[in-house]
Design a protein around this ligand. Structure first.
Ligand code: ZN
Length: 256
């Protein structure tokens, strides 16, 4: 499968509006990999183009990366940075599957929905722990946080497994750790480097998680301006085997 990281920033993106921290100032001045739009992934799977999350920037991503096909959108969380771009699909030519767990979909319908989307989107509910079979591949969503509807997903094609955590904390269930066990690629959302909030796993904790679950590779994404700038984070990651840092537009081929 191919994975394209359309955006790799967290809720605010980098540079954040109205922020003069060193990280944001550097991003404004130097651009390049220091700039991060809100996160989403485009997975090219057998017969199916799957967008994981739909941030407010999706319209510019579709133009920039010349995305002509989206078969489904999997939502991991109902906040603006994850699904704020859904209304852009009011004008999508054709239908799109919208994969969302029941409570998540209720919130999305309340806060990010229009009648025009009813004509485009076909809701497919997913249930944490239950596999969704697509023929050439399958998905297993799992709860990424205990108190809110936030979900990670494991994608399996042949014997290759990629796990995306979404907005997880370091307090993962034993089940989530088993889903990650010996996966080929683990993609972890790390808005912060240091533990400033219990809601989010930190960079060192994500690297520990990779070792604990024996993941082949780790890619860090969903990086906020409180985290280290791209170059510093890359330097840190190079101390460990199989750890890399995503940037906007990065493409990864995962052999399967
Ligand atoms: Zn900042």
């Amino acid at each position: 499968m191919q994975i394209k990281f359309l955006g790799t920033g967290a809720a605010e993106g980098i540079p954040a509006i109205n922020c003069d921290c060193d990280h944001c100032q550097r991003a404004r001045k130097e651009g390049g990999k220091l700039v991060r739009e809100r996160s989403s992934l485009l997975l090219s799977l057998p017969g199916y183009e799957l967008l994981v999350d739909c941030p407010p920037e999706i319209r510019s991503h579709i133009h920039e990366y010349q995305i002509g096909r989206v078969d489904g959108i999997l939502c991991t969380r109902a906040r603006y940075d994850h699904v704020g771009g859904l209304k852009e699909f009011e004008y999508w030519n054709g239908g799109v599957d919208l994969l969302a767990e029941h409570a998540l979909f209720e919130t999305i319908k309340r806060e990010h929905w229009t009648e025009m989307l009813d004509a485009v989107m076909f809701h497919i509910p997913y249930y944490p722990g239950a596999s969704l079979y697509f023929g050439g591949f399958s998905l297993i969503p799992f709860a990424a946080r205990r108190s809110e509807p936030i979900f990670g997903v494991s994608i399996k094609e042949n014997d290759t497994r990629v796990v995306y955590t979404s907005d997880t904390s370091a307090r993962l269930t034993h089940y989530a750790r088993r889903v990650m066990w010996e996966c080929d690629l683990l993609i972890v959302n790390v808005p912060v480097f240091d533990p400033i909030s219990k809601n989010h796993i930190t960079v060192p904790q994500a690297i520990e998680l990779k070792e604990e679950v024996k993941a082949g590779q780790l890619i860090l994404t969903y990086i906020n301006h409180q985290n280290r700038p791209h170059d510093e984070l890359e330097t840190y990651g190079r101390q460990f085997e199989g750890v890399s840092v995503a940037y906007d537009g990065m493409v990864v081929e995962v052999p399967s």
